[in-house]
Write a protein that binds this ligand. Structure first.
Ligand SMILES: Nc1nc2c(c(=O)[nH]1)N[C@H]1C(S)=C(S)[C@@H](COP(=O)(O)O)O[C@H]1N2
Ligand SMILES: [Mo]
Length: 233
């Protein structure tokens, strides 16, 4: 942790009102970017309250929009061999894991037909399927002190999430999209998919999950360049 927590808290209280209450779940706003990490703990609590933990209404399978989902990759397209793929789950857990694709397929499979929203101004209804992220984390025995999740990807993309959003019942580690195996361009073999976060939170080519008790210096590939951290929808 870079900054002294006492100081962060004080700054957060000072500037919180306008930034988090008025601008709420918007994808990008310069005000919250400017105050950035200083407001984060309070922002997060307020956004979590506004959002609640209930499931988002879903679409019908007939409503998926395959052509509307634009590929958005910033660091090339890693090709992960399915046989040697392992998902590392570590950090504040009792049982660090290295899961292969068979282990993920053995978990209960969910399908969520939800809207993917990119901050760049496009959206698409997609049917994602795979295990719930919550079920994968549960296998590792998360510590009660775990509060954040760091997500590493094979293209060096990096994300951090609040644990409540990671445990949301519609947050999946998707291995399939629109009824077919996930295409490489969309993150095969495993990507995050969730209707409660903007597209840039939804890491493709996920190789590592680390449960953390506090956020470190890096918040995420885009967040570290000023994009909003919570990025709730
Ligand atoms: N590893 C990784 N994940 C990523 C990205 C990326 O460049 N690398 N782009 C993000 C952005 S901005 C969006 S909108 C979605 C796009 O997903 P898609 O390419 O499957 O449409 O992936 C997100 N996850
Ligand atoms: Mo995006």
């Amino acid at each position: 942790m870079g900054s002294d927590p006492g100081r962060r808290r004080a700054l957060g209280l000072l500037v919180s009102g306008g930034s988090s209450l008025l601008l709420g779940g918007c994808g990008l706003n310069r005000w919250s970017t400017a105050v950035g990490a200083a407001t984060q703990p309070l922002n997060e609590r307020i956004e979590a309250l506004l959002q609640g933990q209930g499931p988002v209404p879903e679409f019908r399978r007939s409503q998926v929009e395959p052509a509307a989902l634009l590929v958005n990759s910033f660091n090339g397209t890693p090709n992960l061999a399915p046989e040697s793929y392992r998902l590392v789950v570590n950090g504040a857990v009792r049982r660090p894991l290295r899961l292969d694709l068979a282990a993920l397929a053995a978990l209960p499979q969910r399908e969520c037909v939800t809207r993917h929203v990119c901050v760049e101004g496009w959206a698409a209804i997609v049917a994602w399927s795979g295990p719930r992220l919550a079920d994968v984390l549960a296998l590792a025995g998360p510590s009660p002190l775990g509060a954040y999740l760091a997500i590493r990807s094979a293209d060096q993309y990096f994300e951090t999430w609040d644990l409540a959003s990671a445990l949301h019942p519609q947050t999946l580690l998707a291995t399939h999209m629109n009824g077919a195996p996930l295409p490489v361009a969309n993150g095969a073999p495993v990507r995050l998919a969730s209707p409660i976060k903007l597209g840039y939170k939804q890491s493709k080519w996920v190789t590592g999950l680390e449960l953390m008790t506090s956020l470190g210096d890096r918040l995420g590939t885009w967040e570290d360049r000023g994009y909003e951290w919570f990025a709730g929808l």
